[in-house]
Ligand binder design. Sequence first.
Ligand SMILES: Cc1cc2nc3c(=O)[nH]c(=O)nc-3n(C[C@H](O)[C@H](O)[C@H](O)COP(=O)(O)OP(=O)(O)OC[C@H]3O[C@@H](n4cnc5c(N)ncnc54)[C@H](O)[C@@H]3O)c2cc1C
Length: 476
Amino acid sequence: MQMPKPNAEILARKAEIVARLRQVLPASAVIDDPFETKAYECDALSAYRCPPLAVVLPASTEETAAVLQACHSMGVPVVPRGSGTSLAGGALPTEDSVILGVARLTQVLETDYKNRFITVQAGRTNLSVTGAVETNGFFYAPDPSSQLACAIAGNIAMNSGGAHCLKYGVTTNNLLGVKMVTMGGEIIEIGGAHLDAAGYDLLGLICGSEGQLGVVTEATLRILAKPEGARPVLIGFDSNEVAGACVADIIRAGVLPVAIEFMDRPVIRAAEKFTHAGYPDVEALLIIEVEGSEAEIAEQLGKITKIARRHNPVELRESQSAEESANIWKGRKAAFGAMGQINDYMCLDGTIPVSKLPETLRGITALSKQYGLDVGNVFHAGDGNMHPLILYDANKPGDLEKCEDMGADILKLCVEVGGCLTGEHGVGVEKRELMHSQFGTDDLDIQMAVKDVFDPKWLLNPAKVFPLDASEGRRQ
Ligand SMILES: Cc1cc2nc3c(=O)[nH]c(=O)nc-3n(C[C@H](O)[C@H](O)[C@H](O)COP(=O)(O)OP(=O)(O)OC[C@H]3O[C@@H](n4cnc5c(N)ncnc54)[C@H](O)[C@@H]3O)c2cc1C
């Protein structure tokens, strides 16, 4: 993975730049000591690291605007950062950039149960949004597995999803409005506490724009009343492809569970070892959750298990208690962390039409043999959102490059079968060069023209999303 050469002129002005930032923020909100900025040198795509020039932690929208205005006038690039859990390198800094972290923006600003919305500062973690409303019987639906740590800011930038997004949609379907600061320091509001806004769908444009159009400081989110009840069923198969075919059949039958999650044997074993969730030692496992009243749950589970039985499962276990349900989810939610305990891995994120699951899983197995690198699969199967985890040895020369090449081939396979390079993790630096395999030069040019409008100098997270050769002229 290449990053552009840092601008030597900016590096030479570090002291002056830091001094200017200290004029607009309290001293404690500006970090420039290389030992301290090390904490910001990567996100969860930790194979790539680079210390930033400095880090700023504003505590309000106004402070954010002051920082951006200062950086804009000095011509210094800015990389917005939520909690740094991006798996695509979205928050990876360059040596000549300032990291703008929103970790101090964590307040709940307004809660309205009658109109079902909550307004929060964007540094608030995903799980703590639900935490703020659950005693009143509400929740915020998008639930990335990283929800304990990741911030709403990052969720909006990456249009994040999660296990329960099959039914409730991803971030863009649950976002009503944002307050955002442009690179020039202008504070703008888009959308609000209502269903839609007049004019173009600018909110749809901001959601998923990977920190390239503005820095989000506040978000108004839809909250939902908690369902009466929910119950997962765990279904084991002796083949990945058969499990994939079962998912495709369930979706085709028109049943809409809240979640259909898939894990294969390497992930099942790692998750079981890590959490003792009680998973069977099978080739592939589906966790399917339905919700509603007791009668609705029984009806949906009846249909699902009938379809599953046609695929000869080796295990079929309906949860019998709240404790058992929590255990079933505990293993899945901890699966990425569990894999990280046993191996270095790169987590991919491609989307495919659900009917192509068996074919794609077959292709991934073939690529794993071709490259000689093992793969674990854990993903949101109901949405066709694949997360192959390629296992490699970070200390073995050449292994990372081999892993990158194999990852590129898997994502190209997703595009070939009619899917997309990314489902929920975004493009970042990870899939940046692969954008050529999905978009022609004209397509990329039109997308970059959108950034030109919001950030004409290309200072906001400039080295992400667009292939470096395509964006070179603009970045300079
Ligand atoms: C163990 C694990 C499990 C995960 N599971 C899921 C999952 O199930 N679903 C899923 O979708 N993702 C998942 N992720 C990926 C990651 O958690 C999401 O992409 C998340 O939304 C990132 O949020 P963050 O606050 O950490 O953002 P960061 O990593 O800090 O940044 C992500 C992007 O957002 C931009 N950004 C940050 N703050 C702002 C802001 N204020 N304004 C504008 N742009 C901003 C950054 O520049 C960057 O491009 C997982 C990650 C891990 C490590």
